[in-house]
Design a protein around this ligand. Structure first.
Ligand code: 26V
Length: 810
């Protein structure tokens, strides 16, 4: 019924008046947003229920994807698009004098994630719903999402992200499906008829309340679910009357400590800190998730001995690894199943994805802390470790080094990656080279022990969000050329290769890019009062700020260009706009210094008249999904310049590619597969390879002073960080200077500098040939189909989860 414009208007007006109690004239934009979103939510309700019924009827196995992060962005636009309601909604609102875009703009990003890992989860959910893969997301309903970034005086300042302030019209609270999660206390062991029973006593009890958000498939009647849990106290406010003052005080303390569990998302990735609250969050999620899954499974008549045949549990990185001992606990303590059978069920239900090999990101929990918080779970982990080590001993008798190296518990720490590998039937990396590094280096012993578990699933992105939604002009151009089959089958984008020599297609592509640049330029003018040249090369590096991602290398090339232009202002080069964006973990000082450096460089360069506007540098504040949707379509060059071996995959690289930007990249992560797909001519590659980097590490690195002493450009740039000539203050960026020289440049910035600069010059030369450049853009779009998350989740479904797609009929 919403497909009809008049009906749409009528229902929208009715909702504004009856639910919000205001007339359309009186309604605020927020009222309109709430009315519209809740209208859409109710509209899909029938399909939502129906989808789950169909899954129960038709699906042989269903997937539960556990992740502590899902970085969704704004739901409204995606939902309208996937339902096919965008046009009718826009027209209906236009008739009422309301601008849909202004409503979309006021929606908060659902920022329940840090970066790559969380956004991957969101792309997967969209793809799975669009393909009819029976999958349910499970996560924590953080009251505050990832902080908002403000830039004050060039520095990052963090502001709380109160995304739920106005309520969340997309979620449905399921109080009746709440479950209890238990912490602390002690475990009493009972010997009942020769059988041990474990009784958990004096524990702290917490209620996990589910809220469901719909994940709407692309025009296929399918609505999957993202279930988020919030932590709430077990006793209700009503119990107050029965309490004394002291008891009330105690209750309030209890309430705060409970609610703190789902209060805030940790704003850190790639840096592990053994915080007890984080461990609480992780156990809270898996215990709540598993209990609701099992409750539903049994209600539908399932027998626990068949659990693994019907249910696939996927753990997104090690954060939900406690699903392994928690499932064991439920099977043994609550379902009365023997250890061996419980282990069989568990290790056939659970699969694990590794997302990073950086040692500082690998989780290891201190045994004492763990034991205090989760006494029964600790006993189980201990037992898993004992049995595993025995197995190792049988296989590698007396090879103590190997056994120690592979143990789950070692040196008073629990190694979560080891637990995840031992307790699951599949372990995958997220790009070919990353999986190879896992197999041959980081997890070599585990690969030798159980090679059949290891496999690769190269990441992907949902092309519906990142192309169809974010870049409607390009989408139309593609559809005009090759039809709209690519929306459901992204591999058919390959048909565009035959347009790479078509001058009218390329001319149109050029116009689309310019249009998108104009939109971004308007935003930059509005927010930063900086003019950008639409004919300049828009060169973008947007991602978390991290030393291994080497924003510094990008800055050094810019400084080198700046000095070159200052020496020779009439140099014939295309003008360039360098855009940066990204958040730094609040406690990561070096990353925060890098932000300040970018802003300082931006300040110096943008105001220098001598270089005649040939260079502009902009740092976009508060980079997030909704801003990213403006940035990718407007970019010419995608900076993917991590130190080879460090970026597990990268997914931003794919978003640029599908929007027709050319990668300037190292052979790292999925860049390698992108280059293989588009060919060397359509990719700018530079820098050390993975093998070279690893060999340097084995041999103690290289001497960065050598580069400083032999390359005058490097010397000039580094000196300017501390000598006051550029930034007016001595020692301004000494921290960066020291890390590159006296800490010997762990990320090979200086080592790769020369090749990077040369390749940037090559790129500039290529840009001068407009049609050659547009041919490259076309080839990139044409070959981006394989980086759709549709391809990725199909591979997970077929090879890991063994689940089939279910078509939901109307
Ligand atoms: C790790 C940690 C460590 C412990 C505490 C907090 C915390 C939070 C998040 C993470 C995950 C870091 C791993 C991550 O985000 N990896 C990225 O995953 C992307 C999706 O697979 C991939 O494209 C990126 O290359 C990879 O860096």
């Amino acid at each position: 019924m919403l497909k009809d414009k008049e009906k749409f208007k009528e229902m929208f007006l009715d909702r504004i008046q009856t639910i919000y109690g205001v007339t359309i004239e009186e309604a605020s934009v927020t009222d309109k947003y709430m009315a519209l979103s809740s209208l859409i939510r109710d509209y899909i309700y029938r399909n939502w229920v129906h989808t789950h019924r169909e899954y129960d009827k038709k699906a042989e196995r269903q997937v539960y994807y556990f992740s502590v992060e899902f970085l969704k962005g704004k739901p409204l636009g995606n939902n309208l698009l996937n339902l096919g309601l965008k046009d009718v909604c826009k027209e209906a609102l236009d008739d009422l004098g309301i601008d849909l875009e202004s409503i979309e703009n006021i929606e908060n990003d659902v920022g329940l994630g840090n970066g790559g890992l969380g956004r991957l989860g969101a792309c997967f959910l969209e793809s799975m719903a669009s393909l009819g893969i029976p999958c349910h997301g499970c996560t924590i309903r953080y009251k505050y999402g990832l902080f908002k970034q403000k830039i004050i005086d060039g520095y990052q300042v963090e502001v709380l992200d109160n995304w739920l302030r106005n309520g969340n019209p997309w979620e449905v609270r399921k109080t009746d499906k709440s479950v209890e999660v238990k912490f602390k206390g002690k475990v009493r062991v009972n010997n009942k008829n020769g059988k041990m029973a474990f009784i958990h006593e004096d524990y702290e009890s917490i209620l996990a309340v589910p809220n469901d958000m719909p994940i709407i498939g692309y025009r296929n009647n399918t609505v999957n679910t993202l279930r988020t849990f919030s932590a709430e106290p077990k006793r209700t406010e009503l119990d107050f009357t029965l309490l004394s003052r002291e008891e009330v005080q105690k209750y309030i303390e209890y309430k705060h400590s409970v609610e703190s569990i789902s209060e805030i998302l940790y704003p850190d990735d790639h840096n592990y800190e053994g915080k007890v609250l984080r461990l609480k969050q992780q156990y809270f999620l898996v215990s709540a998730g598993l209990q609701t899954i099992i409750r539903r499974f049994k209600k539908k008549g399932g027998m626990m001995k068949n659990f693994h045949e019907k249910v696939a549990i996927h753990i997104n990185d090690t954060h939900p690894t406690l699903a392994i001992p928690e499932l064991m606990r439920i099977l043994i303590d609550e379902e009365d199943i023997e250890w061996d059978e419980a282990w069989y069920i568990t290790t056939n239900a659970i699969s694990y994805t590794n997302h990073t090999i950086l040692p500082e990101a690998l989780e290891k929990w201190n045994v004492d802390m763990f034991k205090g918080l989760l006494p029964r779970i600790y006993m189980i982990v201990h037992e898993i470790n004992e049995r595993f080590c025995k197995e190792l001993w049988n296989r590698y008798p007396e090879d103590w080094d190997r056994i120690r190296n592979m143990a789950i518990i070692n040196n008073n720490y629990i190694n979560m990656a080891h637990l995840a590998v031992v307790g699951s039937y599949s372990v995958n990396g997220v790009a070919k080279v990353h999986t190879d590094i896992l197999k041959n280096q980081v997890m070599k012993n585990f690969y030798d022990f159980s090679p059949y578990k290891f496999n690769n699933k190269t990441n992907g992105i949902t092309h519906r969000t990142w192309l169809l939604k974010a870049n409607p002009k390009l989408s139309n151009l593609i559809t005009d050329a090759i039809g709209d089959k690519w929306i459901k089958e992204p591999s058919s984008l390959i048909k565009l290769t035959s347009y790479s020599q078509d001058s009218s297609f390329k001319e149109n592509l050029f116009k689309v890019k310019k249009h998108n640049k104009q939109i971004l330029a308007d935003l930059i003018k509005r927010e930063y009062n900086i003019n950008i040249d639409l004919d300049s090369i828009v060169d973008v590096q947007v991602k978390r700020i991290h030393e291994y991602k080497r924003q510094i290398l990008n800055v050094f090339n810019i400084l080198n260009m700046y000095y070159t232009l200052k020496d020779n202002p009439d140099l014939d080069i295309p003008s360039r706009t360098f855009i940066f964006g990204g958040k730094a973990a609040p406690g990561y000082y070096m990353a925060k210094e890098i932000i300040k450096l970018i802003n300082s460089v931006s300040y110096v360069i943008n105001k220098d008249k001598i270089i005649k506007d040939k260079l502009k540098v902009i740092f976009l504040e508060n980079y997030r999904v909704s801003l990213a949707e403006r940035v990718f379509p407007a970019s010419d060059v995608s900076e993917q310049i991590s130190t080879a071996s460090k970026e597990a995959s990268g997914t931003g690289n794919m978003k640029f590619m599908i929007n027709g930007s050319i990668t300037m990249g190292t052979l790292d992560g999925a860049n390698i597969e992108i280059r293989d797909a588009v060919g060397d001519d359509n990719f700018f590659n530079f820098g050390l390879t993975v093998d070279e980097v690893l060999s340097y590490y084995r041999n103690g690195g290289y001497n960065s002073w050598d580069v400083y002493n032999s390359d005058y450009r490097v010397k000039r740039i580094l000196d300017s960080l501390i000598d006051g000539t550029l930034f007016g203050e001595k020692d301004k960026f000494r921290m960066i200077y020291e890390s590159l020289l006296n800490n010997n440049d762990q990320y090979f910035v200086l080592k790769d500098f020369d090749d990077y600069v040369k390749t940037q010059v090559k790129l500039q030369e290529r840009y001068k040939n407009k049609y050659k450049w547009l041919e490259m853009c076309t080839e990139n779009i044409a070959n981006a189909g394989k980086f759709s998350s549709d391809r990725t989740v199909k591979e997970y479904a077929k090879h890991i989860w063994k689940v089939k797609e279910v078509q939901v009929e109307k």
